[in-house]
Design a protein around this ligand. Structure first.
Ligand SMILES: Cc1cc2nc3c(=O)[nH]c(=O)nc-3n(C[C@H](O)[C@H](O)[C@H](O)COP(=O)(O)OP(=O)(O)OC[C@H]3O[C@@H](n4cnc5c(N)ncnc54)[C@H](O)[C@@H]3O)c2cc1C
Length: 331
């Protein structure tokens, strides 16, 4: 007689949730619930008026052997490509160092946009978009996950792969690891997106910025396989975003545009598209020891980049770590 596969609900279709779903697909029946209408979470792309902007993760690197192998497979399938950007470090409007990224320590981006990674990982999965989960309950032997309109029942396990503060809002208070979620710091960030009809002349493609309210600038259109008009994405410093999070959009955008003009040394006000994105939970500082949040008795777990550090590699590594633990108890 064939054994009935356990049923798992995964909350969040970011890189961690989608990778986890693929890793457990052999041993369980999986449904992924995602609040937005897009896949990939913070590995995100905003499309508008013929422009596209990677307004979340800008690029990623691969330090661990296991992630390097994963990256090579995605590269072979043309889901990602190396971004050999002309990289500069800018302090107080002056360039302090300059080099070109290359094979020695490759930097990658999704192609034709960062959200290609989420779309690729979701290919064979049952992902339900536009499902904001507002509560998770276990009134009997099985879990129930609920949106404001619908109730999904009968799950043996629930795996929550959303930012820690958002997880805490929907998890049952009684869970042992709930208290540890309080200690997880996630920092905000603003992303300013600018699209131009005519290209700007710059002698760099990516800039790490200090002594400014900005922390990072990408010439988005310089990334591989973009084939589109000139676009830039400027990221604010986390502390500046925290101090100004609720300010009006026009004030934040004006201040960031001014700071950007100082760095590029030219006027940028002729953008034909300008948009600001406020990320409340953008980045997480590096943890000395990876967090592990599994309640084997209740059959619920949390994971995400924030278990390690605010990076795509960490989101993947945290999901691998959790999947390895769960495979032993589920199969
Ligand atoms: C501005 C910015 C710049 C960054 N730059 C870099 C970089 O250069 N390099 C790098 O490696 N990383 C970078 N990162 C971090 C990187 O994007 C993340 O580490 C990674 O994408 C996290 O993946 P995740 O799956 O853990 O979480 P997320 O991507 O946050 O996925 C969680 C998903 O859960 C969904 N969700 C949340 N609440 C609910 C709910 N209640 N119900 C249903 N769904 C829900 C969300 O919509 C989201 O899709 C950056 C992030 C930002 C925001």
């Amino acid at each position: 007689m064939s054994k009935h596969k356990p049923k798992i609900a995964i909350i969040g279709a970011g890189i961690a949730g989608l990778n986890l779903a693929n890793l457990l697909a052999e041993v369980a029946e999986i449904v992924v619930f995602e609040k937005s209408d897009k896949l990939g979470g913070r590995a995100a792309t905003h499309h508008a008026n013929g422009f596209s902007f990677d307004h979340g993760a800008q690029f990623f690197t691969a330090k661990s052997k296991v992630f390097q192998a994963f990256v090579k497979a995605l590269e072979a399938e043309q889901v990602i490509a190396q971004w050999d950007a002309r990289f500069v470090e800018v302090a107080g409007g002056e360039i302090h160092s300059q080099r070109e990224w290359d094979d020695e320590f490759p930097h990658y981006v999704g192609t034709p946009a960062m959200n290609a990674i989420g779309q690729h990982l979701a290919k064979n999965l049952d992902v339900r978009l536009n499902q904001l989960i507002v509560s998770i309950k276990k009134p009997n032997a099985h879990w129930i996950v609920e949106t404001a309109q619908a109730k999904y029942e009968g799950f043996d396990w629930v795996l929550v792969t959303i930012p820690a503060a958002q997880a805490q809002a929907i998890l049952p208070e009684s869970l042992d690891f709930n208290a540890h979620l309080d200690d997880v710091l996630m920092q905000p960030c603003f992303a300013l997106m600018l699209g131009y009809e005519a290209p700007k002349v710059l002698d760099w493609d990516a800039a790490f910025v200090s002594k400014s309210i900005l922390s990072w600038i990408s010439v988005n259109s310089s990334k591989p396989n973009r084939g589109e008009p000139f676009t830039m994405v400027a990221l604010s410093r986390n502390d500046w975003a925290g101090d100004n999070f609720d300010q009006p959009e026009s004030e934040i955008a004006d201040a960031m545009l001014l700071a950007l003009e100082v760095i590029v040394g030219q006027k940028l006000e002729d953008a034909s598209y300008l948009k600001l994105k406020r990320w409340k939970y953008a980045n997480a500082p590096r943890k000395d020891e990876p967090l592990e949040m599994i309640d084997y008795a209740s059959q619920i777990a949390c994971c995400g980049d924030w278990c390690m550090s605010g990076k795509i590699e960490s989101a993947l590594m945290a999901s691998w770590q959790l999947a390895n633990k769960l495979k032993d108890v589920i199969s």
